[in-house]
Design a protein around this ligand. Structure first.
Ligand SMILES: [Zn+2]
Length: 140
């Protein structure tokens, strides 16, 4: 829901992606982290996330098909999948960055450490090429 102010902390939102989401990057990522850490004991819990993985310019790009559990909710197991498929490291054992397009259509990074989920970081782009440019051009 579009809003000029963060619906979580009330700060004025300046960039279009934040305005469209209704949350600033800090609150958006905090919400994701909370979702990822929610342990559902519900036997009727939704199934695993449905997503697509591609390797582009050495970056693992995930698109959430928004069908069942979200990648955000399932981040820990998604990283585990990538680890099992040996996608988290490159040919020289260098760690690969992982970005994903969430159910809002925004690309963010999923952090991993030693093959395990380690959090989220805002990329804050709706276009994959722009997200890749940000990831490749920025700090590691
Ligand atoms: Zn906020």
């Amino acid at each position: 829901m579009a809003s000029p102010y963060c619906r979580c902390c009330g700060k004025a939102l300046t960039d279009p992606v934040s305005r469209e989401a209704g949350f600033g990057p800090v609150c958006r990522i905090q919400n994701k982290f909370n979702q990822a850490n929610e342990r559902t004991q519900d036997m009727f819990a939704p199934p695993r996330a449905d997503y697509e993985v591609s390797l582009i310019q050495g970056v693992v790009c995930i698109v959430d098909h928004d069908n069942g559990k979200s990648v955000t909710n399932d981040a820990e197991l998604v990283i585990q999948d990538l680890q099992e498929r040996r996608l988290l490291v490159g040919p020289f054992s260098e760690p690969r960055r992982v970005i994903y397009r969430d159910t809002m259509g925004v690309w963010d990074e999923i952090l991993h450490e030693n093959g395990k989920f380690a959090g989220f970081r805002p990329v804050q782009e709706k276009d994959r090429a722009a997200a890749l440019a940000k990831i490749k051009g920025g700090q590691s």
